[in-house]
Write a protein that binds this ligand. Sequence first.
Ligand code: URA
Length: 231
Amino acid sequence: MRRLDQLLANLGYCSRRQAREWVEAGRVTVAGRPMDYFGAKADEADVRVDGEPLDHPGSLLLLMHKPTGLVCSHEEREGPNVYSLLPERWRQRNPAVTSIGRLDKDTSGLLLLTDISPLVHRLTSPKNKVPKVYRATLDRDLTPDLAARFASGTLLLEGEKEPCAPAEFKLLGPREAELTLTEGRYHQVRRMFAATGSTVLTLHRAKFGDLELGDLPAGQWRELPLDYFGT
Ligand code: URA
């Protein structure tokens, strides 16, 4: 049970003040009856706004195909972001919808978004070793010995003291490779290749855990069941 004004504001419909006006104007019903007291508490499932059930009154869990050119930050000054691809109302929700880990502006691929903060912590914690698969193209020919270097658990990134956890490397072509990581440090794939002398030209995340993009086009998203990762 939540207060009507709080409910509408938290689900991104409008500000708390506007929510009070909406309720007083008779736009909100509870269990089929008009309710003009904004402080009334109601079960989300019973509430209608202009006759419509509430928009995702529970949580959100989304799988997005992130295109290049968008950042995962909410900070407007960092440029256009992935949240701009979501419905306006979802962008106003509280708690905010946020990405589960980040992909760089120039990286495309599978990005999860949610407003369930314990899930963000669980899936981004290196302790949980969720495998993430990246496909990279490089500026020079790669050698198969990289597999042993990345798997060794001794590779150091510039400016860091803790070596990278073992990562699985697969050569896909002379300048193309797949790298599976279980941690998510800043620019990790680019920095791992940099540590071995090559520069990443393009980077795409193909998998997160057992999730894949399938035929989801870049810039699109789909919902996942809220209990996808268990409860
Ligand atoms: N590693 C990177 O370098 N960039 C990403 O976006 C993700 C992993």
